[in-house]
Design a protein around this ligand. Structure first.
Ligand SMILES: [Zn+2]
Length: 292
């Protein structure tokens, strides 16, 4: 099952070149880039606004520098560089504390990005991908101990699967989802490279995973996290059509602050190894001073 893990979690490294290409192709194909060709064919039937733009960040949120950190498995004996031991995660939380960082919820960050509303000083968002058993066993108790909110991104076909690495069960996930500190995001059904899928497969991965999570957890799921961080304009459109409010991405080498994201459907992140580097740069913007 290590092979499976390598497939799920190390592919971003192997796909750096591909991701870069996809990002460029996304930039080229976003918005109206393809419209002139269509207009040349049939100008009368294609209104200029037929493709709605992806939701942008509020101008008042563009100056701030809020990091979104990406974590994977937490387990006592690390297997790959993406893993952290419970003690190392505690050290990260201690570093957040000693640097006066304020972990916030994704809802708080979204309010800031959509309306420019102020945030606590030195805000940061913690995210944990792939629904590992270590998230319930080690990360969740530590989050409660420190009072830190976090996002857990779940691909539904892995829930309760314990071959190789363990994954959270539906019961554990319900416990976490019922805690105000926790936000559950969809991470697709089977964790594929979404850009490679047919339209039907794409819709199933994006929309069905939302329905499954909402049904099993009895709550609304408003956010999506791209498997491997990979997306293009077509994938973003599918995510928007499934009524997600925002989507979390990840791309090497363009790790950057959430406020530097091109739109709400491609929120940028940093890998956890960048924590020490990003903390001194984190800033919640000019209106954050009065907001504790
Ligand atoms: Zn993942």
């Amino acid at each position: 099952m290590m092979n499976r893990f390598l497939t799920l979690c190390l592919s971003p490294i192997l796909l750096i070149a591909a991701a870069s290409g996809i990002a460029q192709s996304a930039a080229r194909s976003d918005g109206m880039a393809q419209l002139p060709r269509i207009l040349n064919t049939c100008p009368a039937n294609v209104p200029a606004a037929s493709v709605a733009p992806f939701p942008k960040l509020h101008p008042n949120a563009l100056q701030a520098r809020v990091p979104i950190m990406m974590y994977h498995d937490i387990l006592p004996a690390k297997k790959v560089a993406y893993d952290l031991t419970p003690n190392e995660l505690r050290q990260h939380f201690e570093q957040l504390k000693s640097n006066q960082m304020t972990p916030i919820s994704l809802a708080q960050l979204m309010a800031h990005l959509r309306t420019g509303s102020p945030l606590p000083k030195k805000s940061i968002l913690l995210t944990f991908d792939d629904g590992y058993g270590g998230h319930y066993q080690y990360a969740y108790p530590l989050l409660k101990e420190y009072g830190y909110p976090a996002v857990f991104s779940i691909h539904t076909s892995s829930v309760g699967v314990n071959a190789g690495r363990t994954h959270v069960s539906w019961q554990e996930l319900r416990t976490m989802a019922n805690d105000p500190l926790v936000t559950i995001a969809s991470h697709s059904k089977t964790h594929p490279v979404l850009t490679k899928l047919s339209h039907q497969q794409l819709v199933q991965e994006v929309a069905d995973s939302k329905k499954i999570l909402e049904s099993r957890l009895a709550r609304s799921v408003q956010y999506f996290t791209y498997p491997y961080g990979l997306y293009d304009a077509r994938v973003k459109r599918a995510v928007a059509n499934a009524n997600y409010l925002a989507a979390i991405a990840y791309a090497v080498p363009t790790e950057r602050f959430a406020n530097q994201s091109p739109d709400l459907l491609s929120l940028a992140r940093f890998e956890k190894s960048q924590l020490e580097k990003v903390m001194p740069q984190a800033w919640s913007g000019p209106s954050s001073a009065q907001c504790k």
